[in-house]
Ligand binder design. Sequence first.
Ligand SMILES: [Zn+2]
Ligand SMILES: [Zn+2]
Length: 95
Amino acid sequence: MIEDVQDMLCDRCRRPSLVTDIKYVAKGDGTRMALCSKCRSKSTVMDKITPHKVVKSEKDPYTCGRCGYKFRFDPYGVTALKCPYCGKDDKLHQG
Ligand SMILES: [Zn+2]
Ligand SMILES: [Zn+2]
C-alpha cells in the first residue's frame, strides 16, 4: 500500500514535508512562501518585524512673560520658538 500523502517542498529548508505540515506564510511583499512547521517556528524568531523606532520628541514647557500663555515647544521641531498666543519670543522662559 502506498500512502496517499503528498510531500511538499518547504520554500526555506527545501526539505520535503507532509502537506499537512506546510503552511503558506505571507512574506510582507505580497507573496507567500510554503514553510514547514520547523521553519515557521524559526522564522517567527528570525524574521521578527522590528518596528521603526519612533523618536519621541520631548516638548519643553514654556511660559510667555508678556501674556502669561503657557505652551509646549518642541526644540527638535521645525517651528521657531515663539509664543503661539502673542507671537513674541523675547520674554519666554522655560517651565
Ligand atoms: Zn522548512
Ligand atoms: Zn505671549
